[in-house]
Structure formats: structure tokens, C-alpha cells
Design a protein around this ligand. Structure first.
Ligand code: ADP
Ligand code: ADP
Length: 232
């Protein structure tokens, strides 16, 4: 995905115009921060990209071509991954199974290859700097901060094209937040577009290439990295 365009996107829920008009362009490797007060339409905008809701009007284009993200499944196939504030992993299922997004690996006897599943899951977590996690244990047995990191790990495996992070650091400690920021830098280098919703100004200033302000359902301002710097 080289270019993502949201053109005059609108979303109405009954009488409520949750999103009046959103215009956003993002290029490969950009971190786009979305800021705005509660009720500004941030979640609604993201739900249109995640395929969980459909726009009332407007258009989404990927690499210049209009796309209909008509279901979460379509979003998934387009390489769009989302991490929400709320934990969405199954607590009573092992970490390894929660991490796995595709078909479970099977042995030559046709049964699930648990050894391989556990090894690959452990390796993926270690690549992210998450050490000491027993992937055979129930996900719910870990602290919420670790669960959130597992969720992030799940979203970023297999190199997403578009990653949506909605207040991802809310339950993280500084240590895990730093691991996340490292991954964001890595993903940005390989061309993933990242939408980052946060009300933590210091994070936004540190990470964002582009800052979009939503107000009453409209994108009112866009800032680019460098706008505020006298050196550039
Ligand atoms: P934000 O994420 O910025 O807090 P939301 O996208 O959640 O904003 O909400 C934007 C507006 O749309 C708010 O007025 C909210 O109450 C309304 N809204 C959001 N979801 C629904 C829904 N499912 N039904 C009706 N109104 C909704
Ligand atoms: P966030 O904390 O991300 O801004 P919200 O609190 O705005 O999320 O919304 C949480 C959920 O509740 C969303 O799925 C949203 O669509 C729904 N929602 C928000 N406002 C309303 C509303 N007025 N009527 C119905 N559903 C709503």
C-alpha cells in the first residue's frame, strides 16, 4: 500500500452525524496521529477502515483505486490490522493460539503441530523484546500490559500494510511502551502506514509524521513533521 486516501468520508448513525467529513491522505511509512476530543469521531473513522462499519458517503482509495472495505474480513485481506484500547484476546486460550492468525500448523499426521506453534509464537514474542512468556499458558494469566503487548504482537506479525492503534499505551508501562515504539519505527521503515490515536501529546510529537485534528466529525487541521521546526 503506497497511498491511502480517505475522501470526504461521512458516517451517520440514525440522527447522529458521527463523522461529517474526513479527508486524510497517508503514504507508505507514515505515522499519522489522529487527535480530537471525546466524541470527535476518531473511533468512527477507524471503524470505517477496519471494515466494522460502512461509510454513509465518501470514498476510500488505496493506491488510487476505490475500495469497499465491506467487512472486517475484507480489511484483514487488505492487510489492515487494528489494536483497540480494550483487550480482545481470548483469556482462556493459550498465548500461542491467540497469536496465531492463520491456519494452525499441522504435523504429517494431520494433527496440530503444537511444537512448531509454540516455537514460532515464542520466537515472535522474543523478536519484539518480550521475554519470559510461556506461550502455553492461558493468556488471561498475564497482566493486562503483557496481554496488550501480545495483542500488538498478533497485529504486527506478517507485516501489516495498515496498522491502526487506538490509545495503545493506555495500559502499558514505560518498558512496554518503548518496545512498541521500537516496532513502530521498524514498521515505518518497511512501509507500513500507521494510524495512531492518542491524547498523549508527548507520544504524538515523538512519533507522528502527520498530525490530523478531528473536531465535531471534521478533519480541521493537518500538521506535518517539520512544520513546527525552524531548522527545516
Ligand atoms: P471518538 O472516538 O472521537 O470519541 P466516536 O467516533 O466514538 O468519537 O463518536 C463520534 C460521535 O458519534 C459521538 O457523538 C458519539 O456519541 C456518536 N456515536 C458513536 N458511535 C455511535 C453509535 N453506534 N450510535 C450512535 N451514535 C454513535
Ligand atoms: P472511544 O473511547 O474509543 O472514544 P467511545 O466511548 O466513543 O470509544 O465508543 C465506544 C463504543 O460505543 C463504540 O463502539 C461506539 O460506536 C459506541 N458508541 C459511542 N457513542 C454511542 C452512542 N451515542 N450510541 C450508541 N453507541 C455509541
Amino acid at each position: 500500500m503506497q497511498k491511502l486516501e480517505l475522501i470526504s468520508l461521512q458516517k451517520r448513525y440514525g440522527d447522529t452525524l458521527a463523522l461529517k467529513r474526513a479527508d486524510v491522505t497517508a503514504k507508505a511509512g507514515e505515522v499519522v496521529a489522529i487527535c480530537g476530543e471525546n466524541g470527535a469521531g476518531k473511533s468512527t473513522l477507524m471503524s470505517l477502515l477496519a471494515g466494522s462499519r460502512q461509510p454513509t458517503a465518501g470514498e476510500i482509495k488505496i493506491d488510487g483505486k476505490p475500495v469497499a472495505i465491506d467487512s472486517p474480513h475484507t480489511a484483514f485481506d487488505l492487510g489492515i490490522r487494528t489494536v483497540y484500547q480494550e483487550l480482545s484476546l481470548l483469556p482462556d486460550v493459550s498465548v500461542a493460539e491467540n497469536l496465531y492468525l492463520g491456519e494452525l500448523p499441522t504435523t504429517r499426521f494431520g494433527t496440530i503441530d503444537w511444537v512448531r506453534l509454540h516455537r514460532e509464537a515464542s520466537e515472535h514474542l522474543e523478536d519484539l523484546g518480550l521475554t519470559g512468556i510461556d506461550v502455553r499458558k492461558m493468556t488471561g494469566s498475564y497482566p493486562v500490559a503483557i496481554q496488550q503487548m501480545i495483542e500488538i504482537a498478533r497485529a504486527i506479525q506478517f507485516e501489516p500494510k495498515l496498522l491502526i492503534l487506538d490509545e495503545p499505551t493506555g495500559v502499558l508501562t514505560q518498558t512496554e511502551s518503548d518496545l512498541l515504539f521500537k516496532q513502530i519505527d521498524r514498521l515505518r521503515d518497511q512501509g507500513t502506514i500507521i494510524f495512531y490515536i492518542s491524547h498523549r501529546l508527548e507520544e504524538v510529537l515523538e512519533l507522528a509524521d502527520r498530525l490530523i485534528v478531528l473536531k465535531d466529525g471534521e478533519t480541521v487541521d493537518q500538521f506535518f513533521r517539520g512544520d513546527c521546526s525552524k531548522d527545516r
